[in-house]
Design a protein around this ligand. Sequence first.
Ligand code: HEM
Length: 218
Amino acid sequence: MTLQPKGFVDEMRMVSMKLHTREQAREGEKEVKGPEERSVSKWNPTVDGYLRFLVESKSVYDALEGIVDKPDFPYYAELRNTGLERSEQLGKDLEWFKGQGYGIPGPSGPGVNYACYLQELSEKDSPAFMCHYYNYYFAHTAGGRMIGKKVAGKILNNKVLEFYKWDGDLKQILQNLRDKINKITLGWTREEKNHCLEETERSFKYSGDILRLILSPA
Ligand code: HEM
């Protein structure tokens, strides 16, 4: 039997898992500081806060999806149409909330901030950009889904938003993206890989600022 060599995604995952708190994930090692780092079952979400979270998240997905679609970055073309795109789904969800009579806040907070940072990184520092790309999409399919379920149970009558629905087999979609990232990073030097991994903490910081909105007061 030949052992499959481990790809770079395994390294990215290992660094990310350690940056979770024990309350967030079993493999987590970080101490709880912010309210979003507590177990999701202890959260007291508000609809207004959740809407703010969805709006800011859409700014980030708009940026990520715009960046990989730009023909002047052929380097990112492999990351197009992965099946994990969320911008359109979030647009539909925001329309649904509007139909329910909620006012949709404008994007002006941490998502816009993050989107600007991602735009800059994508042009200047692709290993660091890849770190954010990986973490943002994978986080949503892991902890993000858990959050969606718990929050819907608490404040949305268990309504499943489009944000949490994928076309096809999510496991396979994720594996295809892992394979792609492993292929893209195969030619990277150790320095580029380390630089990418070092960006993980910043990716948690930006995402944490957006997640925390779910818990903001009405
Ligand atoms: C309340 C916040 C969060 C919770 C409750 C949470 C929870 C989890 C859990 C339970 C897993 C393990 C899934 C498994 O068993 O493989 C996981 C995986 C992961 N999380 Fe989080 N997480 C949170 C926030 C974040 C943030 C902010 C990031 C980074 C921006 C992140 C990135 C990841 C990544 C990359 C994985 C690996 C996914 C995979 O291998 O498929 N998570 N998370």
